[in-house]
Design a protein around this ligand. Structure first.
Ligand code: FUB
Length: 336
């Protein structure tokens, strides 16, 4: 009898332990399921500078630059895209284009943007040549310009349409293409002595029209990178990584200003650069950006694309956004 009691208590103990560990496993699965950031693009690709777009097929596409493992001084070679309908499960497309496909550049495949016009998809990209001498800047040979490539598909292959940059001077990168409701495409860039400028694109998207024109920024023009312009209701938003780190913005009733500065909506992290895009998908506004995280890395923090919901106040101003692990992992439930 004593023996039987012992067997029963061992069995009960074992089943209790198994129950607990099953609960722990369920919890881990649950936690794993809600983790949305960094975006799970699969594989070991490191991505940065995410540019989100929703095209006619109803999917979200994110166009990114691609960080080489432990790369030297942002020497980057190609661009990728990722598509999803729930912002949690992503399909990888690419490389869409590489600097090897260009006759005029061999490096610096930096922050891309994309556009859809006249039934064609466009990849707008910065690329360049030479090297930056950080010790003796006067010896630098680095140059960058903006290219434009075309495809019948949002995922390429993209072909360099003009076989050269849109212009050679000024040095420029970080293009942002905004197409207004009337179909006019505007190009904003980060350029030498030409930040806060805008230029119109020709209807065939193969050239620019007129000059780079300085916009009225209301008297506040800090150092910037990576502009991103979008429209919501009656307002246009000119957003940027101020000092290349803190996400800040201006508002206007026109895509060319005058702009009114509204301040910060995402603070900096790790004293490192950020680069973002903002897009509405299925009624939710989404902020794509990148984080510097040490994930399976041999050289410390590297860049990874991430996403958060973006909310607005009644007057159209943007609410501050926190970086989260959850990100937009519950998007499918949210928009059900
Ligand atoms: O990814 C290369 C460069 O770093 C981008 O063009 C900048 O905006 C910064 O993110």
């Amino acid at each position: 009898m004593k023996k039987l009691a012992k067997v029963i208590s061992v069995a009960l103990f074992a089943s209790a332990v198994m129950g607990c560990s099953q609960q722990a496993t369920d919890k881990q699965v649950e936690q794993a399921e809600v983790k949305g950031n960094p975006l799970n693009f699969g594989g070991k690709l490191r991505t940065a500078d995410p540019s989100g777009h929703v095209w006619n097929d109803g999917k979200m596409y994110v166009y990114t630059s691609h960080d080489e493992e432990c790369q030297e001084d942002f020497w980057m070679k190609d661009w990728y895209a990722f598509s999803s309908t729930d912002l949690q499960n992503w399909e990888t497309h690419g490389p869409l284009l590489s600097v090897d496909d260009l006759s005029w550049a061999d490096n610096y495949a930096w922050a891309p943007d994309a556009a859809y016009k006249n039934g064609k998809y466009y990849l707008v990209f910065p690329a360049g040549t030479g090297h930056k001498d950080r010790v003796n800047p006067e010896n630098s040979t680095k140059w960058m310009g903006i290219g434009i490539a075309e495809s019948d598909s949002p995922t390429g292959p993209f072909k360099d349409m003009i076989g050269g940059p849109l212009w050679r001077t000024p040095y420029a990168n970080d293009p942002a293409m905004f197409i207004d409701d009337d179909g006019q495409a505007y190009l904003y860039v980060h350029a030498t002595n030409t930040d806060y400028h805008v230029i119109k694109m020709a209807d065939d998207m193969r050239s620019t029209v007129g000059e780079l024109t300085k916009m009225d920024m209301g008297g506040y023009e800090p150092k910037m990178e990576g502009p991103w312009v979008f429209k919501r209701g009656e307002y246009y938003y000119f957003t940027m990584p101020e000092n290349n780190r803190v996400l800040t913005y201006y508002m206007s009733k026109s895509p060319t200003g005058p702009w009114e500065y509204k301040g910060e909506f995402m603070e900096q992290e790790h004293q490192s650069n950020n680069h973002h895009s903002i897009v509405e998908y299925k009624g939710q506004w989404i902020l794509f950006y990148h984080r510097w995280l040490d994930i399976d890395s041999e050289c410390g923090r590297q860049r990874h694309s991430a996403a958060e919901y973006l909310y607005f106040n009644e007057d159209g101003t943007i609410k501050p956004v926190q970086r989260t692990e959850k990100g937009v992992s519950d998007f499918a439930q949210k928009v059900k």
